[in-house]
Design a protein around this ligand. Structure first.
Ligand code: ADP
Ligand code: ZN
Length: 713
C-alpha cells in the first residue's frame, strides 16, 4: 500500500496537507524528524500513517492521559488497532494489553514518559522485546525550559536513542518559538534529524480585537450569533471564570468553568461534558486547553489581555482544528495592560522581568494595531507574510481617512502644556474646555484649553487612542497612565509630518465565501451523530468531524460510492456508519426534490487552476475580468458593445472550465429542471429546450447549465 492509498483507506482523506507526505516518506526511510506545525495542521497523521504502513509497533509518547484516550478511541474507530498504558488502568487491563502487544496485534501504543523510564525500568525492558519500528514524541516542546509547558519527565527522552538506536524518532510540536525549537533539537539527541517547518498561519481563523467596554454585553452579542457552536472563553482569574460561567448559565448558555483550583473530579467532568457537546462553552484560565483535541471549537474569546503573543496564539489556535471558519475575539482595555505590568515584574530577576515586559508590550501593540493582524502575528513568528490577509478585523473594515495633522497638533500641544502628567480623560476634558471643577484652575488659563471644543468628547477619545496606536503619543508606565510625547511627536508639532486619522469605520460585513449547504439536513446528520456518539460513549467529533458532516450536507451523496468521496469517510467508517447517514440524505433529498451534487466537489477542487492561455481567447478573458470586478451581464454588454447573449456565452465558457460556479448564474432550484430537459432533448439546439422549460428560464441560464454539465474536470 502506498501512503496515499492508506490515507484514503483509513482516514478517508483525498490529499495530504502541507508537508505531511514528505514527512511520512522521511519516517518510512527510517530517518529522525522534527515536525513543527500549527495546531490543527495535522501532525498526528505524520506518525499514524507510517504506523499503518510499517510492519511493527509504533510507540507514541504523549504527556496527557486525557489526550491518549481520545486518540486511541479515534484510531480504533478508523480501523487501526491502538492502545495506551497508564495509571488509570487496572492490572488486568494492562496485562491484557501486554498480551496483545506480544501477539503483534497493536499498531500504536501511547505511553507517558514517566511510565517509559519508571524506576525499575521494566517497561523499557518489555518494549525492547517487541518489534518497535517508530517512536513518536508528541508535544515535544515539553522538553524545553524555554517553552510554556516544561515537563521534567521529558528530559529522560534523551535516552531513547540509546535504547532504540535503529528506530526512527519523530518529534512533533506546535510551538512557533525559535528558542524552544532549537532547544528541542539539542535535548532530544536525535540523529541528523530533518526539520520540517510548516507555515504557522491559521487561515481559517478570523482575528478580532474589540475595545473592552461592557464585556458581558459584548460577549452576549458575540455569543448570540453562535448559539449552536462550541467555544472557549479565557479569563485571567479563577474567580472570574466561575462568575462568568454562572452569568452565562443565567442567560441560558450551557457553560462551565475550568481552572487549576477545581478538584480533579470536577475538571474531568467539565472537560468530558465539553468534548461530548453536553456543554457548549468552557470558561477557563489558561490551565485549560493543552491536549484538548476537540476539532469543532468554533471560537476562542479572551476577555482579558493575554500575557504574551505566544500564549495568545496557542490559545486562539484551539479554534477550528477541523479547518472550518472560526473566530478569535479579544476584548482589550489599556487598564488590563497596566494590571499585567504589575504581575510581569519578577522579583530579583531583572533580566527575566525585562523579557516578560517586552512580551507584554508586543501583546499591547498587537491590540492597538491599525494594520493587518495576521501579518503582525506572522512577522512576530519570523514568517514572511507580505499581504493583508483579508480575514482579520482590520482587513474586513473599510476606513475613511482624513488629514488629521491639525487635530494631532492640538492634542500633542495639550499634552505638552499639561507637562505630560495627565491621563487620557483629563486631556479630553481639557481639549473640549470642560467647565468642570476637575480641571485645574491654572490649566483653564492655558492657550490650548478648549482648543478642540468643536469636536465631541467621544471623537477626541478615539483620535487620542489612534495617536497612541500610531506612536505619536504613549501611556506612561509609572502606574499613572499619563499621556506623554514620543520621539515622533516633535515632527508633527513642527508640521514636518502629516498625520492621517480615521474619520469613521464602516465594517464591510461581507461574509467570506462559504459553501451553500442544507441547514436542515445538517441538523439531522448532527442529531444522528450525537445518538451514535452517546451509544458508543465517545465524543461526537470522533465519530465524524463537523467538516465531514458539512460536506455531506453540501454535496448530498446518494450512494455509497459517492459517500466515499466525502473527506473523512475511510473504509471502516463507511462500512460502519455509511448506510445510516446515506438513508438520511436519501430521504431528505427525496422530500425536497434534490439530487446529488457530488460532481461539484471535484469541480471545486479544480477551480483554482487558471484558464489555460491560448485556449481562452482575449475577448472571453476581457468579459471574465469585468465579471470578476462585480459587473453584471447587462453592464458588461454595454461596456463592451456586445449583446448580452454573447456575454453569457463568454461566461459559460468559464463555467465549463470550472472557473465560475454555475450557482452564480442559475438559481439552484432551476438547475435540476434544466438538467432534466437537456438529458431528454440533448444540448445541440437551445430553442426546443427553451420551449420545454418555459419563460421562467432564460437562454443564459440554460447555457450555463449545459456548460456546467460539460465541465472539464
Ligand atoms: P494537530 O495535532 O497538528 O493539532 P491533528 O492531527 O489533530 O492536528 O489534525 C487536525 C484535524 O485535521 C484532524 O481532524 C485530522 O483528522 C484532520 N486532518 C489531518 N490531515 C488531514 C488531511 N490530509 N486531509 C484532511 N484532514 C486532515
Ligand atoms: Zn488581515
Amino acid at each position: 500500500m502506498t501512503p496515499i492509498q492508506a490515507l484514503q483507506k483509513y482516514f478517508g482523506y483525498n490529499q495530504f496537507r502541507l508537508s505531511q507526505e514528505a514527512i511520512i516518506n522521511h519516517v518510512l526511510n527510517k530517518q529522525d524528524t522534527l515536525v513543527l506545525m500549527p495546531t490543527g495542521g495535522g501532525k498526528s497523521l505524520c506518525y499514524q500513517l507510517p504506523a499503518v504502513l510499517l510492519d511493527g509497533l509504533t510507540i507514541v509518547i504523549s504527556p496527557l492521559i486525557a489526550l491518549m484516550k481520545d486518540q486511541v478511541d479515534s484510531l480504533n474507530l478508523t480501523g487501526i488497532p491502538a492502545a495506551f498504558l497508564n495509571s488509570s488502568q487496572s492490572p488486568d487491563e494492562q496485562k491484557d494489553i501486554a498480551i496483545q502487544l506480544k501477539n503483534n496485534e497493536i499498531r500504536l501504543l501511547y505511553v507517558a514518559p514517566e511510565r517509559l523510564f519508571g524506576t525499575d525500568n521494566r517497561m523499557m525492558a518489555f518494549l525492547k522485546t517487541l518489534n518497535v519500528v517508530q517512536i513518536a514524541i508528541d508535544e515535544a516542546h515539553c522538553i524545553s525550559q524555554w517553552g510554556h509547558d516544561f515537563r521534567p519527565e521529558y528530559l529522560m527522552l534523551a535516552g531513547l536513542k540509546n535504547e532504540f538506536p535503529n528506530v526512527p524518532v519523530i518529534a512533533l510540536t506546535a510551538t512557533a518559538d525559535k528558542l524552544t525549537q532549537k532547544d528541542i533539537l539539542e535535548k532530544l539527541n536525535l540523529h541528523q534529524p530533518a526539520v520540517f517547518i510548516s507555515s504557522f498561519n491559521r487561515e481559517n481563523i478570523t482575528y478580532r480585537v474589540n475595545p473592552k467596554k461592557n464585556s458581558f454585553n459584548q460577549l452576549l452579542n458575540f455569543l448570540d450569533a453562535r448559539k449552536e457552536d462550541s467555544g472557549i472563553i479565557y479569563c485571567l482569574s479563577r474567580k472570574s471564570t466561575e462568575a462568568l460561567a454562572e452569568d452565562l448559565k443565567e442567560e441560558g448558555y450551557a457553560a462551565e468553568a475550568y481552572h487549576a483550583g477545581l478538584t480533579n473530579e470536577v475538571k474531568a467532568r467539565n472537560q468530558e461534558a465539553f468534548l461530548k457537546d453536553e456543554i457548549k462553552i468552557i470558561v477557563a484560565t489558561i490551565a485549560f486547553g493543552m491536549g484538548i483535541n476537540k476539532s469543532n471549537v468554533r471560537y476562542v474569546v479572551h476577555t482579558d489581555l493575554p500575557k504574551n503573543i505566544e500564549g495568545y496564539y496557542q490559545e486562539t489556535g484551539r479554534a477550528g482544528r477541523d479547518g472550518l471558519a472560526s473566530d478569535a475575539l479579544l476584548l482589550y482595555s489599556p487598564g488590563d495592560a497596566m494590571k499585567l505590568r504589575g504581575f510581569a515584574t519578577v522579583e530579583n530577576n531583572k533580566e527575566q522581568s525585562a523579557i516578560m515586559l517586552k512580551k507584554l508590550d508586543d501583546m499591547v501593540n498587537y491590540c492597538q494595531l491599525h494594520a493587518c493582524r495576521r501579518q503582525f502575528l506572522m512577522h512576530y513568528f519570523d514568517e514572511p507574510f507580505p499581504d493583508n490577509c483579508g480575514s482579520c478585523d482590520f482587513c474586513l473594515s473599510e476606513f475613511v481617512k482624513f488629514d488629521g495633522t491639525l487635530l494631532a497638533q492640538k492634542a500633542l500641544s495639550a499634552v505638552a502644556r499639561l507637562k505630560e502628567k495627565f491621563g487620557l480623560t483629563y486631556v479630553v476634558h481639557f481639549l473640549v474646555g470642560a467647565k468642570s471643577q476637575r480641571i485645574w484652575e491654572e490649566h483653564k488659563l492655558l492657550k490650548t484649553y478648549g482648543a478642540g471644543a468643536d469636536i465631541s468628547r467621544a471623537d477626541w477619545q478615539r483620535y487620542l487612542r489612534e495617536l497612541i496606536a500610531q506612536g505619536f503619543l504613549r501611556i506612561s508606565e509609572d502606574g499613572y497612565s499619563a499621556l506623554q510625547l514620543t520621539p515622533k511627536s516633535e515632527a508633527v508639532l513642527k508640521s514636518e509630518l502629516k498625520v492621517e486619522l480615521i474619520a469613521s469605520e464602516v465594517t464591510t460585513e461581507q461574509e467570506q465565501e462559504t459553501l451553500s449547504y442544507e441547514t436542515e439536513l445538517l441538523a439531522n446528520l448532527r442529531k444522528t451523530r450525537q445518538e451514535i456518539a452517546v451509544g458508543e460513549n465517545l465524543p461526537a467529533y470522533i465519530i465524524l468531524s463537523d467538516a465531514t458532516l458539512l460536506e455531506v450536507a453540501t454535496y448530498l451523496p446518494q450512494k455509497m460510492d459517492e459517500l466515499r468521496l466525502i473527506s473523512g469517510f475511510g473504509d471502516v467508517k463507511l462500512a460502519k456508519y455509511g448506510r445510516e447517514f446515506l438513508a438520511i440524505v436519501n430521504s431528505y433529498s427525496q422530500e425536497k426534490g434534490l439530487t446529488s451534487r457530488i460532481t461539484q466537489k471535484s469541480a471545486k477542487r479544480e477551480r483554482k487552476a487558471k484558464p489555460k492561455s491560448g485556449k481562452v481567447s482575449d475577448t472571453f478573458m476581457a468579459t471574465y475580468l469585468l465579471y470578476k470586478e462585480g459587473k453584471s451581464v447587462t453592464e458588461i454588454s454595454q461596456e463592451r458593445g456586445l449583446s448580452p447573449t454573447t456575454i453569457e456565452g463568454h461566461l459559460s465558457r468559464f463555467v465549463q472550465t470550472g472557473e465560475l460556479d454555475v450557482y452564480e448564474f442559475v438559481n439552484e432550484s432551476k438547475i435540476a429542471a434544466i438538467k432534466d430537459a437537456v438529458e431528454s432533448y440533448g444540448s445541440l439546439m437551445l430553442a426546443p429546450l427553451k420551449e420545454v422549460l418555459g419563460d421562467a428560464y432564460s437562454y443564459g441560464e440554460i447555457k450555463a447549465v449545459i456548460a456546467w454539465m460539460n465541465r472539464e474536470v
